[in-house]
Design a protein around this ligand. Structure first.
Ligand code: SAM
Length: 335
């Protein structure tokens, strides 16, 4: 049986202390690099209930996980999500409760989220031009998202970060505007290289790929970029730079061009309760089956999680030119 004080260590000596929980695969946006226009979503009974999500989170925290990020799909459109957040915020031992959101619900929710214990929020924003924003998200309203970001800034979280995916021929001309936007609000920004997850038909990923190095050179022409060192557990995979005297950072997440798997401290739980050991591989364990088994117990759940660590692969292999090996979309996994 897994001792409650046991830590999660994989075969390569990496300690897993960070879990990303996808609370729904549904989203009110359909970002072109993330989802197909017509998506089939998982039926409600196959998605973990809020109670099951709480059990999973509690099991991980008992095993030394100090950081949980809620993601999706869009976590803030899950019914009664705030009741789950309140319970997670009260878990003894959890040091950071974070959220990744498209910002559509933040204007009305930001204050409450802070009150319930959320300390960090990442907000996705790929364009500051209303029409282009709509094209990239297919459904999004830019004003609503900016109002959400400003509500979060006014609320005051430990850290706020803009996540931007830059695609050649679509929004590469906006990288500097996005940096200016984040700098004006004194919040972080991270540029994420597009990953080949799921089959999309809107663009050719090889042609639209924009590397972190290209973006850093472009941004470096306007901003002095002082490196903050290699990524660490707290920064996640982002390589951060500071500019000027503000506290906001500019980061680059480079799953293609700078592999960071040796620092990986995280696992993911999909909306269906599949514990996924690596975003770029399919090694997984069905936690929903454990949760719904007749003999369910928190001890058995913890044991399944401990045993799963042996499945964590050493690294991912992404190729821009081949058909994606990973056909699941990121909304299933939780970005
Ligand atoms: N709905 C939330 C949001 O929009 O942030 C959370 C889920 S979304 C899948 C999480 C992050 O994954 C977003 O910042 C999004 O830009 C990023 N993302 C989605 N598909 C991606 C891909 N193929 N490559 C790189 N990043 C991706």
């Amino acid at each position: 049986m897994a001792e409650p004080s046991q830590k999660l260590i994989d075969r390569f000596g990496r300690q897993v202390d960070y879990v990303r929980l996808s609370v729904t695969d549904r989203c009110d946006f359909r970002c072109v690099y993330c989802m197909a226009e017509d998506m089939t979503f998982v039926s409600k009974q196959n998605v973990l209930s809020l109670e099951e999500l709480h059990q999973v989170a509690a099991a991980f925290v008992a095993l030394g996980v100090g950081k949980i990020r809620l993601t999706g799909g869009e976590p803030l459109i899950r019914n009664n999500i705030q009741s789950l957040i309140a319970r997670l915020g009260a878990l003894p031992g959890l040091q950071q409760l974070a959220l990744t959101t498209n910002g559509s619900q933040l204007q009305r929710m930001a204050g409450n989220l802070r009150h319930l214990g959320v300390n960090r929020i990442n907000i996705s924003l790929d364009s500051l031009q209303p029409r282009k924003f709509r094209q990239l998200t297919r459904h999004g309203n830019l004003d609503q998202v900016i109002a959400g970001i400003d509500a979060a800034v006014a609320t005051g979280f430990d850290r706020l970060r803009i996540n931007a995916v830059i695609l050649k021929g679509r929004n590469e001309d906006e990288a500097l505007d996005l940096v200016n936007f984040a700098q004006q609000r004194d919040i972080d920004i991270a540029f994420i290289e597009e990953m080949p997850l799921g089959l999309i038909d809107e663009h050719d990923r090889a042609l639209s790929f924009c590397s972190s190095d290209e973006l850093r050179d472009l941004i470096g022409k306007q901003y002095q970029l002082d490196p903050l060192g290699d990524p660490d557990g707290d920064a996640g995979p982002a390589r951060y730079y500071r500019t000027g005297s503000g506290s906001a950072r500019i980061g680059f997440i480079s799953p293609h061009s700078h592999n960071f798997c040796h620092l990986c401290n995280r696992v993911r739980v999909t909306a269906e309760g599949r514990l996924l050991l690596c975003l770029g591989n399919e090694h997984s364990v069905d936690l929903r089956a454990v949760l719904r088994a007749k003999n369910y117990s928190p001890e058995l759940l913890r044991e399944s999680i401990v045993n799963a660590m042996d499945l964590k692969p050493e690294r991912h292999h992404f190729s821009l030119h081949d058909t994606p090996e990973i056909v699941r979309f990121i909304n299933m996994t939780g970005g």
